[in-house]
Write a protein that binds this ligand. Structure first.
Ligand code: S3P
Length: 170
C-alpha cells in the first residue's frame, strides 16, 4: 500500500496520530523528526543551534526522500516539510497527504510548554507561532489530498476519522 503522510503545524498531533492510524491500518508508523534526532544523536534544538536551520532542512529532505522509497507506512512529518516544493512532490508521488488542521488557540495551548521547538524560542513564542501559522496555512491546504480537523479531538479519534474517511471502514 502507498504511504500516508500527515502534515500540519507544530501541535497538530501528527506524531501520535500517525501511531494510532498505523495501528488501525496495521502499517508501520514512521516519524521524520525521530529519524533525524536518532541519527544525528542530538535534539532538534541542538541541531538548529549548532548547525543552523538550513542543515536541519537538508536532513529533513534527505530522510523524507528515503522514507518515500518504502511503502506501507504512516509518516509523521515535521511542521516545516511543506516549505520545500520538492518534499511535497516526493510525498505526492508516493502516497496520500493528510493535513491535520487545528485552530491557532488550540495549537498554542498544545505547544506552549514544550521545550524542543527551536522556532518558538524567541522572546514572543506566541507571536512566532502565529506568524508561522499565517505563513503556512495555505501551503498545508494546497499540499493536502485530504483535510481533517483536530480541535477538541484526541489523536485516536482523529486517526479513526481518517481510517473511516479514507478507507470507508466502519
Ligand atoms: C518545525 C516543526 C517541528 C520540527 C522542527 C521544525 C517547523 O516538528 O521539525 O522544530 O518548522 O514547524 P513538529 O511539527 O513535529 O513539531
Amino acid at each position: 500500500m502507498d504511504n500516508i503522510y500527515l502534515i500540519g503545524m507544530m501541535g497538530s498531533g501528527k506524531s501520535t496520530t500517525a501511531v494510532e492510524l498505523a495501528k488501525f491500518l496495521k502499517l508501520k508508523a514512521v516519524d521524520i523528526d525521530d529519524l533525524i534526532v536518532k541519527n544525528a544523536k542530538k535534539s532538534i534544538s541542538q541541531i538548529f543551534k549548532e548547525d543552523g536551520e538550513p542543515v536541519f532542512r537538508k536532513l529533513e529532505g534527505e530522510w523524507l526522500r528515503k522514507v518515500c522509497k518504502e511503502k506501507g507506512q504512516v509518516v509523521a512529518t515535521g511542521g516545516g516539510v511543506i516549505l520545500s516544493p520538492k518534499n511535497i512532490q516526493h510525498m505526492r508521488d508516493s502516497g496520500t497527504i493528510v493535513y491535520l488542521r487545528a485552530s491557532f488557540p488550540v495549537l498554542w495551548n498544545r505547544v506552549k510548554h514544550n521545550q524542543d521547538r527551536p522556532l518558538l524560542k524567541g522572546s514572543s513564542p506566541e507571536e512566532a507561532l502565529k506568524e508561522i501559522f499565517e505563513e503556512r496555512s495555505s501551503l498545508y491546504e494546497n499540499a493536502a489530498h485530504h483535510v481533517f480537523l483536530t480541535d477538541q479531538k484526541t489523536p485516536k479519534q482523529v486517526a479513526k476519522e481518517i481510517f473511516e474517511g479514507l478507507f470507508n471502514k466502519k
